[in-house]
Ligand binder design. Structure first.
Ligand code: CMP
Length: 139
């Protein structure tokens, strides 16, 4: 089915001017960018976005990192967009990521891992809503 998923190009990637290279990988996988905006997340926005990880030991560092510089938030659309995006991103830890994936090519560490992608249809919908209104998404 045609799905939408939510993607973030993280601060480590915007800092290294990789917005285009990462978007190209997403597009080459067949995903379409149907909404995109460059923002600086506030600490509160990052806290809310990663609320599911609030009890994890890495939560504080994660919130600090995600609000440390510009990010590009995107809505991606396509056939099985959620799993396709996870496939092209590669494993969370770049040392486990398959060759040719975004994280294998670009990520610096498990924290500075260049991209985020929704892990389920439910989360995709919630995450998209945190950053985009329906009229800002043009399929
Ligand atoms: P992301 O997909 O944005 O979701 C949560 C982020 O926490 C994850 O990518 C990683 O960058 C970061 N993180 C740091 N340590 C861990 C860990 N042990 N397990 C999962 N995610 C981690």
């Amino acid at each position: 089915a045609i799905e939408r998923t939510f993607s973030i190009i993280k601060p480590d990637a915007t800092r290294r001017n990789l917005t285009g290279a990462i978007t190209q990988k997403l597009e080459e996988s067949g995903l379409r960018v149907v909404a995109s905006r460059r923002i600086q997340m506030t600490e509160d926005q990052a806290k809310k976005f990663y609320e599911v990880h609030a009890e994890r030991p890495f939560y504080g560092d994660l919130v600090n990192f995600m609000s440390s510089g510009p990010v590009v938030v995107q809505v991606l659309e396509g056939e099985n967009a959620i799993s396709k995006n996870r496939e092209v991103m590669g494993a969370t830890n770049p040392s486990d990521a398959a060759e040719g994936t975004i994280r294998a090519e670009f990520a610096e560490s498990i924290d500075a891992n260049s991209v985020h992608g929704s892990d389920s249809p439910e989360n995709a919908e919630l995450e998209i809503k945190q950053f985009f209104t329906e009229d800002q998404i043009v399929g």
